[in-house]
Design a protein around this ligand. Structure first.
Ligand code: PGA
Length: 256
């Protein structure tokens, strides 16, 4: 299938979400081999990889992301990493509110909102992850969940230059599909959700909301990336499992 329409600004943003995988050595080999093509590539790596990757990425087009951040500015918060610490090592993006954090670590919309604010204060681009569970979808609650998660994550936020949204239906994320053959969302579901998210953003921010990129995540792989990423409603992808091997990640980048 030929790409129908690129997003208004041209390229797509493809974010690799490595989660708690790989090693520093493997990550360095990976970035040497990535071929972004005309895409903007961001790597969301585990904390301990960030310093070394940051040094290596200075000369490359690839940007660095953290997978999480503390909701507090500084102080006695054992185990946490602040937004300022990320900014100081030139980490220019951060994921917030990934469903694995919401589900396994009981992260609430309020905490997510605090994290967004910490990151924006440090001028770090925030990728707000939202998405409904299987049960919520089956009960017809998808739009309600998306609106609630988005509105609460953005509560009190006026400046949207550094905001991105990732629509990740929980049931389509490969992590939550153990034992089954992994499936992405249907194209029609992706279009509907993205249009709805853009509508909610427009209601919150008016015309300037058009600047907010909305990415899709959930079993994006070389076999479906072309179809998903050629949708004009989809400004990019957040890729988990298929970003762990540089060959499949490059195949996704090449498919656009
Ligand atoms: P997946 O993960 O591509 O393995 O489904 C996406 C994500 O969790 O961000």
């Amino acid at each position: 299938m030929k790409p129908q329409n690129m997003s208004a600004s041209g390229g797509k943003i493809i974010i690799a979400n490595w989660k708690m995988n790989l090693t520093i050595k493997k990550s360095l080999e990976f970035i040497k081999k990535v071929k972004p093509g005309k895409n903007k590539v961001v790597i969301a790596a585990p904390y301990t990889f960030l310093c070394e990757l940051s040094k290596q990425l200075q000369k490359k087009k690839i940007k660095l992301a953290a997978q999480d951040v503390a909701q507090f500015e500084e102080g006695a918060y054992t185990g946490e990493v602040s937004a300022e610490m990320l900014r100081r090592i030139k980490c220019s993006y951060c994921l917030v509110g990934h469903s694995e954090r919401r589900i396994y670590f009981k992260e609430t919309d309020k905490v997510i909102n605090q994290k967004v604010k910490q990151l924006l204060d440090e001028k770090i681009k925030v990728v707000i992850c939202i998405g409904e569970t299987d049960q919520e979808r089956n009960k017809g609650l998808t739009k309600r969940v998306l609106k609630k998660q988005l509105t609460l994550a953005l509560k009190g936020i006026r400046e949207i230059n550094n905001i991105l949204v990732a629509y990740e239906p929980v049931w389509a994320i490969s992590t939550f599909q153990k034992g089954k053959s992994k499936r992405s969302a249907e194209i029609q579901d992706i279009i509907e959700a993205h249009l709805y998210i853009k509508k909610v953003l427009r209601n919150l921010y008016g015309g300037k909301a058009m600047k907010i990129k909305v990415l899709y995540g959930g079993t994006v792989k070389p076999q479906n990336s072309r179809e998903i990423l050629s949708l004009k409603e989809v400004d990019g992808a957040l890729v988990g499992g298929a970003s762990l091997k540089v060959s499949s990640f490059n195949a996704i980048l090449k498919s656009i």
